[in-house]
Write a protein that binds this ligand. Structure first.
Ligand SMILES: *[C@@H]1O[C@H](CO)[C@@H](O)[C@H](O)[C@H]1NC(C)=O
Length: 351
Protein backbone atom coordinates (compact mmCIF):
# COMPACT_ATOMS: atom_id res chain seq x y z
CA UNK A 1 0.00 0.00 0.00
CA UNK A 2 2.88 2.34 0.69
CA UNK A 3 4.20 1.46 -2.77
CA UNK A 4 0.81 2.39 -4.19
CA UNK A 5 0.94 5.79 -2.53
CA UNK A 6 4.36 6.47 -4.00
CA UNK A 7 3.11 5.38 -7.42
CA UNK A 8 0.15 7.74 -7.23
CA UNK A 9 2.43 10.61 -6.39
CA UNK A 10 4.68 9.78 -9.32
CA UNK A 11 1.70 9.73 -11.69
CA UNK A 12 0.39 12.99 -10.38
CA UNK A 13 3.80 14.54 -10.88
CA UNK A 14 4.03 13.20 -14.44
CA UNK A 15 0.61 14.59 -15.35
CA UNK A 16 1.46 17.99 -13.89
CA UNK A 17 4.96 18.02 -15.29
CA UNK A 18 4.59 21.16 -17.37
CA UNK A 19 3.21 23.09 -14.45
CA UNK A 20 5.63 22.00 -11.73
CA UNK A 21 5.92 25.32 -9.98
CA UNK A 22 8.86 25.94 -7.69
CA UNK A 23 8.47 25.57 -3.95
CA UNK A 24 10.43 27.04 -1.06
CA UNK A 25 10.45 23.55 0.48
CA UNK A 26 13.72 21.66 0.39
CA UNK A 27 14.10 17.94 1.13
CA UNK A 28 16.81 15.34 1.58
CA UNK A 29 17.17 11.76 2.72
CA UNK A 30 17.00 8.32 1.11
CA UNK A 31 13.19 8.49 0.73
CA UNK A 32 12.85 12.15 -0.22
CA UNK A 33 11.35 12.95 -3.64
CA UNK A 34 13.74 14.03 -6.39
CA UNK A 35 11.47 16.84 -7.58
CA UNK A 36 9.66 19.18 -5.23
CA UNK A 37 6.73 20.95 -6.88
CA UNK A 38 4.65 23.60 -5.17
CA UNK A 39 1.83 22.02 -3.16
CA UNK A 40 2.96 18.44 -3.81
CA UNK A 41 2.93 15.65 -1.29
CA UNK A 42 6.52 14.93 -0.26
CA UNK A 43 6.05 12.35 2.49
CA UNK A 44 3.09 10.25 3.52
CA UNK A 45 2.64 7.11 5.50
CA UNK A 46 -0.62 5.25 5.84
CA UNK A 47 1.06 2.54 7.93
CA UNK A 48 -0.31 -0.36 5.92
CA UNK A 49 3.15 -1.77 6.47
CA UNK A 50 5.68 -0.77 9.09
CA UNK A 51 8.46 0.47 6.83
CA UNK A 52 11.63 0.42 8.92
CA UNK A 53 13.57 1.77 5.98
CA UNK A 54 11.75 5.01 6.70
CA UNK A 55 11.27 4.78 10.43
CA UNK A 56 14.34 4.17 12.52
CA UNK A 57 13.85 3.06 16.11
CA UNK A 58 15.77 4.71 18.86
CA UNK A 59 17.48 2.29 21.18
CA UNK A 60 18.35 3.95 24.47
CA UNK A 61 17.81 4.23 28.20
CA UNK A 62 18.69 7.96 28.17
CA UNK A 63 15.32 9.35 29.26
CA UNK A 64 15.50 12.53 27.21
CA UNK A 65 17.59 14.36 29.79
CA UNK A 66 14.54 14.53 32.09
CA UNK A 67 15.08 11.14 33.74
CA UNK A 68 12.00 9.92 31.95
CA UNK A 69 11.84 6.27 32.80
CA UNK A 70 11.16 4.58 29.49
CA UNK A 71 13.52 2.22 27.71
CA UNK A 72 13.19 2.76 23.98
CA UNK A 73 13.80 -0.31 21.85
CA UNK A 74 12.79 -1.94 18.59
CA UNK A 75 10.21 -4.53 19.65
CA UNK A 76 6.82 -5.31 18.04
CA UNK A 77 5.24 -5.36 21.49
CA UNK A 78 5.86 -1.61 21.76
CA UNK A 79 5.59 -0.41 18.16
CA UNK A 80 3.60 -2.04 15.38
CA UNK A 81 1.25 -1.29 12.54
CA UNK A 82 -2.16 -2.88 12.16
CA UNK A 83 -5.11 -1.97 9.90
CA UNK A 84 -3.38 1.16 8.64
CA UNK A 85 -2.54 2.47 12.09
CA UNK A 86 0.75 2.87 13.90
CA UNK A 87 0.54 1.82 17.52
CA UNK A 88 3.04 2.92 20.15
CA UNK A 89 2.27 0.94 23.27
CA UNK A 90 4.23 0.67 26.50
CA UNK A 91 4.90 -2.52 28.43
CA UNK A 92 6.44 -3.25 31.81
CA UNK A 93 10.13 -4.16 31.87
CA UNK A 94 9.37 -6.49 34.79
CA UNK A 95 6.96 -8.53 32.61
CA UNK A 96 9.96 -9.53 30.52
CA UNK A 97 12.73 -9.80 33.12
CA UNK A 98 11.02 -10.04 36.50
CA UNK A 99 10.78 -7.52 39.33
CA UNK A 100 14.21 -8.23 40.81
CA UNK A 101 15.86 -7.22 37.56
CA UNK A 102 14.98 -3.57 38.12
CA UNK A 103 16.89 -3.23 41.39
CA UNK A 104 19.89 -5.44 40.72
CA UNK A 105 20.70 -6.04 37.06
CA UNK A 106 23.40 -4.55 34.92
CA UNK A 107 21.72 -3.67 31.65
CA UNK A 108 23.73 -3.03 28.50
CA UNK A 109 21.60 -2.44 25.41
CA UNK A 110 24.42 -2.01 22.90
CA UNK A 111 23.95 -4.54 20.11
CA UNK A 112 26.30 -5.81 17.46
CA UNK A 113 24.11 -5.47 14.36
CA UNK A 114 23.85 -2.00 12.77
CA UNK A 115 20.13 -1.89 13.61
CA UNK A 116 20.82 -2.77 17.25
CA UNK A 117 23.32 -0.08 18.09
CA UNK A 118 22.52 2.11 21.08
CA UNK A 119 21.35 5.41 19.60
CA UNK A 120 21.96 7.73 22.56
CA UNK A 121 24.70 7.18 25.14
CA UNK A 122 23.94 10.46 26.95
CA UNK A 123 22.70 10.23 30.57
CA UNK A 124 23.76 6.56 30.95
CA UNK A 125 21.70 5.76 27.87
CA UNK A 126 23.51 2.57 26.81
CA UNK A 127 24.39 0.94 30.10
CA UNK A 128 22.92 1.21 33.60
CA UNK A 129 22.98 -0.76 36.84
CA UNK A 130 19.82 -1.00 38.90
CA UNK A 131 19.84 -0.47 42.67
CA UNK A 132 16.94 -0.39 45.18
CA UNK A 133 17.06 3.42 45.22
CA UNK A 134 17.82 3.91 41.53
CA UNK A 135 15.91 1.31 39.57
CA UNK A 136 16.39 0.46 35.91
CA UNK A 137 13.92 1.95 33.44
CA UNK A 138 10.65 0.18 34.42
CA UNK A 139 8.78 0.79 31.15
CA UNK A 140 9.57 -0.29 27.61
CA UNK A 141 8.32 1.95 24.85
CA UNK A 142 9.19 3.22 21.39
CA UNK A 143 10.39 6.34 19.66
CA UNK A 144 10.82 6.36 15.90
CA UNK A 145 12.31 8.90 13.52
CA UNK A 146 12.97 9.58 9.86
CA UNK A 147 16.49 10.81 10.49
CA UNK A 148 18.10 9.01 7.52
CA UNK A 149 15.06 8.62 5.27
CA UNK A 150 13.44 12.03 5.19
CA UNK A 151 14.34 15.59 6.15
CA UNK A 152 12.66 18.77 5.03
CA UNK A 153 12.55 22.51 5.52
CA UNK A 154 9.29 24.47 5.14
CA UNK A 155 6.00 22.83 4.37
CA UNK A 156 2.73 21.74 5.86
CA UNK A 157 2.49 18.78 8.18
CA UNK A 158 -0.66 17.00 9.22
CA UNK A 159 -0.71 14.03 11.56
CA UNK A 160 -3.97 12.35 12.42
CA UNK A 161 -3.54 10.85 15.85
CA UNK A 162 -5.32 9.61 18.92
CA UNK A 163 -3.53 10.31 22.18
CA UNK A 164 -3.23 7.65 24.88
CA UNK A 165 -4.83 7.87 28.33
CA UNK A 166 -3.13 6.72 31.52
CA UNK A 167 -0.91 8.15 34.21
CA UNK A 168 2.74 8.63 33.31
CA UNK A 169 2.05 8.77 29.58
CA UNK A 170 3.35 11.78 27.70
CA UNK A 171 3.19 11.24 23.95
CA UNK A 172 4.88 13.62 21.57
CA UNK A 173 5.18 14.26 17.86
CA UNK A 174 8.15 16.44 17.08
CA UNK A 175 10.40 17.81 14.42
CA UNK A 176 14.04 17.85 15.49
CA UNK A 177 16.87 19.53 13.58
CA UNK A 178 18.81 17.04 11.51
CA UNK A 179 22.19 18.74 11.45
CA UNK A 180 22.20 21.20 14.35
CA UNK A 181 23.38 23.93 12.03
CA UNK A 182 23.29 26.53 14.84
CA UNK A 183 24.73 24.23 17.52
CA UNK A 184 23.29 21.68 19.92
CA UNK A 185 19.91 21.91 21.65
CA UNK A 186 18.16 24.27 21.80
CA UNK A 187 20.28 26.49 19.50
CA UNK A 188 19.03 24.72 16.36
CA UNK A 189 15.40 24.68 17.47
CA UNK A 190 12.76 22.05 18.11
CA UNK A 191 9.22 22.08 16.76
CA UNK A 192 6.78 20.21 18.99
CA UNK A 193 3.70 19.54 16.90
CA UNK A 194 1.79 18.04 19.82
CA UNK A 195 2.31 16.89 23.37
CA UNK A 196 -0.44 15.78 25.73
CA UNK A 197 -0.28 14.19 29.16
CA UNK A 198 -2.20 10.93 29.51
CA UNK A 199 -3.56 11.54 33.01
CA UNK A 200 -7.35 11.36 33.24
CA UNK A 201 -7.32 13.34 36.48
CA UNK A 202 -4.60 15.90 36.69
CA UNK A 203 -5.28 19.46 37.71
CA UNK A 204 -3.20 22.57 38.18
CA UNK A 205 -5.01 25.50 39.83
CA UNK A 206 -8.33 23.85 38.96
CA UNK A 207 -7.42 23.45 35.30
CA UNK A 208 -7.30 19.97 33.76
CA UNK A 209 -3.79 19.50 32.40
CA UNK A 210 -4.06 15.79 31.55
CA UNK A 211 -5.94 14.27 28.61
CA UNK A 212 -8.04 17.43 28.26
CA UNK A 213 -5.04 19.50 27.19
CA UNK A 214 -2.91 19.34 24.04
CA UNK A 215 -0.12 21.76 23.30
CA UNK A 216 2.34 22.86 20.64
CA UNK A 217 5.69 24.48 21.39
CA UNK A 218 8.84 25.86 19.79
CA UNK A 219 12.11 25.47 21.65
CA UNK A 220 14.89 27.88 20.67
CA UNK A 221 17.71 29.64 22.46
CA UNK A 222 21.49 29.99 22.62
CA UNK A 223 21.92 27.30 25.30
CA UNK A 224 19.67 25.04 27.43
CA UNK A 225 19.24 27.51 30.31
CA UNK A 226 18.09 30.20 27.90
CA UNK A 227 15.17 28.78 25.94
CA UNK A 228 12.38 31.02 24.68
CA UNK A 229 9.71 28.30 24.63
CA UNK A 230 7.36 30.19 26.97
CA UNK A 231 6.83 32.77 24.24
CA UNK A 232 6.01 30.07 21.71
CA UNK A 233 3.79 27.64 23.59
CA UNK A 234 0.06 27.17 23.20
CA UNK A 235 -2.47 24.76 24.63
CA UNK A 236 -6.04 23.93 23.78
CA UNK A 237 -8.56 22.23 26.01
CA UNK A 238 -11.06 19.60 25.00
CA UNK A 239 -13.41 18.36 27.71
CA UNK A 240 -13.84 15.02 25.91
CA UNK A 241 -10.09 14.47 26.14
CA UNK A 242 -7.66 14.12 23.26
CA UNK A 243 -7.60 10.36 23.88
CA UNK A 244 -11.23 9.80 22.90
CA UNK A 245 -11.08 10.77 19.22
CA UNK A 246 -8.64 11.18 16.39
CA UNK A 247 -7.63 14.77 15.80
CA UNK A 248 -5.57 16.36 13.07
CA UNK A 249 -2.47 18.10 14.40
CA UNK A 250 -1.18 20.59 11.86
CA UNK A 251 1.87 22.71 11.22
CA UNK A 252 2.43 25.36 8.60
CA UNK A 253 6.10 26.25 8.42
CA UNK A 254 7.10 29.01 6.02
CA UNK A 255 9.98 31.48 5.55
CA UNK A 256 7.82 34.04 7.39
CA UNK A 257 5.90 32.30 10.13
CA UNK A 258 5.23 29.07 11.99
CA UNK A 259 1.62 28.24 12.71
CA UNK A 260 0.08 25.35 14.64
CA UNK A 261 -3.54 24.23 14.26
CA UNK A 262 -5.72 21.42 15.53
CA UNK A 263 -8.55 20.28 13.23
CA UNK A 264 -8.06 23.37 11.02
CA UNK A 265 -8.48 25.80 13.94
CA UNK A 266 -5.37 27.88 14.60
CA UNK A 267 -3.75 27.21 17.96
CA UNK A 268 -0.93 29.75 17.75
CA UNK A 269 1.71 31.24 15.55
CA UNK A 270 4.96 33.17 15.56
CA UNK A 271 5.65 35.68 12.80
CA UNK A 272 9.06 37.05 13.79
CA UNK A 273 9.98 40.61 12.88
CA UNK A 274 13.33 41.75 11.54
CA UNK A 275 14.91 40.84 14.90
CA UNK A 276 13.95 37.21 14.30
CA UNK A 277 13.60 34.64 17.07
CA UNK A 278 16.46 36.32 18.94
CA UNK A 279 14.18 39.25 19.60
CA UNK A 280 11.05 37.11 19.93
CA UNK A 281 12.73 35.21 22.75
CA UNK A 282 13.85 38.46 24.42
CA UNK A 283 17.52 37.41 24.21
CA UNK A 284 18.57 40.73 22.70
CA UNK A 285 18.34 42.40 26.12
CA UNK A 286 21.67 40.84 27.10
CA UNK A 287 24.47 42.17 24.87
CA UNK A 288 26.98 39.69 26.34
CA UNK A 289 25.43 36.65 24.68
CA UNK A 290 26.47 35.92 21.12
CA UNK A 291 23.52 35.32 18.81
CA UNK A 292 24.12 31.96 17.08
CA UNK A 293 21.53 32.89 14.45
CA UNK A 294 23.07 36.24 13.46
CA UNK A 295 23.91 35.08 9.95
CA UNK A 296 20.66 33.15 9.47
CA UNK A 297 17.30 34.39 8.20
CA UNK A 298 14.72 35.94 10.51
CA UNK A 299 13.26 32.41 10.89
CA UNK A 300 16.55 31.07 12.32
CA UNK A 301 16.93 28.55 13.87
CA UNK A 302 13.80 27.38 12.04
CA UNK A 303 15.34 27.79 8.62
CA UNK A 304 17.18 24.47 8.53
CA UNK A 305 15.99 20.95 7.84
CA UNK A 306 14.17 18.98 10.48
CA UNK A 307 13.21 15.35 10.76
CA UNK A 308 10.00 13.78 11.86
CA UNK A 309 9.96 11.98 15.13
CA UNK A 310 7.24 10.38 17.16
CA UNK A 311 7.59 9.04 20.59
CA UNK A 312 5.87 7.97 23.67
CA UNK A 313 7.72 9.14 26.69
CA UNK A 314 7.20 9.07 30.41
CA UNK A 315 8.24 11.53 32.97
CA UNK A 316 8.50 10.87 36.64
CA UNK A 317 7.04 14.12 37.94
CA UNK A 318 3.63 13.02 36.74
CA UNK A 319 0.95 11.70 39.04
CA UNK A 320 1.53 8.04 39.84
CA UNK A 321 -1.68 7.24 41.69
CA UNK A 322 -3.33 4.83 39.27
CA UNK A 323 -2.00 1.91 37.33
CA UNK A 324 -0.48 2.03 33.93
CA UNK A 325 -3.01 1.71 31.15
CA UNK A 326 -2.12 -0.05 27.94
CA UNK A 327 -2.57 2.50 25.26
CA UNK A 328 -3.11 2.46 21.60
CA UNK A 329 -1.81 5.31 19.61
CA UNK A 330 -2.67 5.82 15.99
CA UNK A 331 -0.98 7.97 13.44
CA UNK A 332 -1.31 8.99 9.92
CA UNK A 333 1.21 11.42 8.56
CA UNK A 334 1.06 13.70 5.58
CA UNK A 335 3.65 16.28 4.71
CA UNK A 336 3.20 18.59 1.75
CA UNK A 337 5.44 21.27 0.34
CA UNK A 338 5.16 24.92 1.16
CA UNK A 339 3.88 26.72 -1.95
CA UNK A 340 6.04 29.32 -3.60
CA UNK A 341 5.76 32.62 -1.81
CA UNK A 342 4.91 35.68 -3.82
CA UNK A 343 6.35 38.62 -1.90
CA UNK A 344 4.19 41.13 -3.76
CA UNK A 345 0.71 40.01 -2.91
CA UNK A 346 1.67 38.69 0.51
CA UNK A 347 -0.30 35.50 -0.01
CA UNK A 348 0.71 31.88 0.08
CA UNK A 349 -0.76 29.99 -2.81
CA UNK A 350 -1.47 26.33 -3.17
CA UNK A 351 -0.99 25.88 -6.90
C1 LIG B 1 9.85 -7.86 23.18
O1 LIG B 1 9.00 -7.50 24.25
C2 LIG B 1 8.29 -8.59 24.84
C3 LIG B 1 7.38 -8.01 25.92
O2 LIG B 1 8.11 -7.35 26.91
C4 LIG B 1 9.26 -9.62 25.38
O3 LIG B 1 8.56 -10.73 25.88
C5 LIG B 1 10.23 -10.04 24.30
O4 LIG B 1 11.21 -10.92 24.84
C6 LIG B 1 10.91 -8.83 23.69
N1 LIG B 1 11.82 -9.24 22.63
C7 LIG B 1 13.11 -9.02 22.73
C8 LIG B 1 13.93 -9.51 21.56
O5 LIG B 1 13.62 -8.47 23.68
Amino acid sequence: MVRLVLLLCALALAAAEERCLPSVTTVSGSHAPVTVCSGALIFADDFDVFDLERWQHENTLAGGGNWEFQWYSNNRTNSFTHSGLLFLRPSLTSDQYGQGFLTSARLNIEGGAPADRCTNPQWWGCERTGTPTNILNPIKSARIRTVDSFRFRYGRVEVRAKMPAGDWLWPAIWLMPSHNVYGTWPASGEIDLVESRGNRNMFSNGVHIGVQEAGSTLHYGPYPELNGWERAHWVRRNTNGYHSQFHRYQLEWTPDFIRFSIDDVELGRVTPGAGGFWQHGGFNSNPNILNPWRFGSKMAPFDEKEVEQRELKYRDFLNSKSTLVIIQKHYQALITTQPHYNKHDNVYRME
